[in-house]
Design a protein around this ligand. Sequence first.
Ligand code: SD4
Length: 286
Amino acid sequence: MAKIIAIATWDFGKAAVAKSGEILATGGTAIDAVEKGINVAELDTNIVSVGYGGMPNATGEMEFDAAIMNGRTHAVGSVATLTGYSRPISVARAVMEKCQHSMLVGDGARKFATEQGFAIEETLSEESKKKYSLWLADKNAKPEFMHDTIGLLAMDCRGELVAGCSTSGMAFKHPGRVGDSPLIGSGLYADIEAGAAAATGNGDEILKFCMSFLTVEFMRNGDSAMQACQNVIKRFVAQHPEKINEDVNLIALSADGHYGAATLRDSFAFGLWDGAQARCQSVKRI
Ligand code: SD4
């Protein structure tokens, strides 16, 4: 039997992988583990950067980015600047499974979600509205949480490997701004032969290096999951030493079920479930 494991970005990833673990431990699929795990973060009102109650854009509207990828079939589903639905990862999964295309954006993504029977929901919480008003009053005052994507990677007992991510993106972003998260290869990537990876941080930097794809390629070339994450960040800093304090964080799972993470922050927390209790771990700045 393959090693069953789930890893998710940030400390809030612990509750997400706990859900993934419940699914994986009972023989469930990696695709369900990724979607349902991410749903936990999307619907948690205390998480102010993912799903319901996330961070709105510069006009006060919530625009979500999300994507999912199956490492065996390479099937993908992605939505960008999606409005009106609090579980964008589920819409992304519907794109993957029910749409002839791989990625839908804006009004078209919303139309597709409606066609698929997703009910329009309020996505702004009172807290999101308050944070927006504070920002409008003083655009230089940075809120405590500017952004944070949930990226979740899971391997099931059949050896299937799936990556997913979901975010409201950079707080107060220009309407129409798309980050790394819904871009296959940037915010996430999965290939059963090499591994899976997801990124979080400043998407405008992450996407320039296709960081998730690069992490998977480093694993393909022999790096462990940990080395692959570190080597992507090392390359970024080697080419751009002036960006040493940029917000760039990666998680990875190798094809043989080992995990890794790396960061340019002082420390970066992630949730891990590998058969027992979900727990929080962290890595220090490389
Ligand atoms: C973005 N990468 O939209 C996302 C936000 C994020 O930690 O992950 N922040 O740029």
